[in-house]
Design a protein around this ligand. Structure first.
Ligand code: MF3
Ligand code: CO
Length: 258
């Protein structure tokens, strides 16, 4: 599959898919508290998305059994919600969610604190979010894809953390995963030249310790090999002449200036 350029009409639909997903994340943020199960989060997210008249695109994707990926502490991504997995004060929880609105996908991830967390854990969350914004400074027509990748890596490593190598971001549109793959680390070559109308999901996954990860026996949950904490931040964006538009921020939510 090659990289697709979206029409004005398609962009309008993706913008709405993104807006609804941002609201979904915000509702989940407000609901999170110690004592809640990771399954509770999935149930709530699934309901919010369906109440919008949308479809949760992760459900049954390659057999993934839930609508929201819920990954706690050393879980990097694709944690499977479970009613016996109870959030504890001091945990960090990464929520990855996506939906389909009128045939178009959105995809976004956030890491939230459960109750009071350590300053170290908060710093990991903050640096992960900031690394996305450091990356998208290069998201603009005429630049090359790997400029984004390299900027994310540089920002993360300058703060003493590491970027996961085994998972990457991706194009998005009528499919959840479209070309190109978007690594969060420097690659050979410059990558594709960015054009107006490309829609991309940029998603740094950042470990407090080493970048190595492993898969649990459920074949989904990715965890850090060294047991260190991991955070995730993802948005669906549109490449424009001036820079990029972020579809999955809340109305009025400002991009971070890094
Ligand atoms: N947001 C994830 C990604 O970007 C998708 C989750 S995989 C699923 O690849 F199977 F859970 F859907
Ligand atoms: Co994604």
């Amino acid at each position: 599959m090659s990289v697709t350029i979206k029409s004005e009409h398609q962009i309008e639909l993706m913008r709405e898919a993104g807006r609804l997903l941002a609201i979904t994340h915000d509702e989940l943020r407000k609901a999170i508290r110690p004592g809640m199960s990771t399954m509770d989060i999935d149930r709530l997210g699934d309901k919010i998305i369906r109440d919008f008249g949308c479809i949760p695109n992760f459900k049954n994707y390659n057999g993934y059994p839930a609508s929201i990926c819920v990954s706690v502490n050393d879980e990097v991504v694709h944690g499977i919600p479970h009613k016996k997995h109870i959030l504890q004060e001091g945990d960090i929880v990464s929520l990855d969610a996506g939906l389909i609105y009128k045939g178009f996908h959105s995809d976004a991830a956030r890491t939230w604190a459960v109750g009071e967390i350590s300053p170290q854990a908060q710093r990991l969350i903050d640096v992960t979010r900031a690394s996305f914004f450091a990356g998208i400074r290069f998201a603009k027509v005429g630049n090359h894809l790997h400029e984004i990748s390299g900027a994310i890596q540089d920002y993360v490593e300058a703060h003493g953390y590491s970027v996961v190598r085994d998972l990457v971001g991706h194009g998005i549109g009528t499919h959840l995963h479209e070309d190109p793959q978007i690594p969060n680390f420097r690659q050979k070559g410059r990558g594709i030249r960015l054009q107006a109308g490309m829609t991309l999901a940029i998603e740094p996954m950042v470990n407090e310790g080493r970048y190595d990860v492993e898969w649990l026996d459920d074949d989904w949950t990715v965890v850090t090999e060294d047991g260190s904490l991991s955070a995730h931040y993802e948005n669906t964006i549109l490449i424009t002449k001036e820079g990029c538009e972020i579809f999955t921020l809340l109305p009025g939510e400002k991009a971070m200036d890094v």
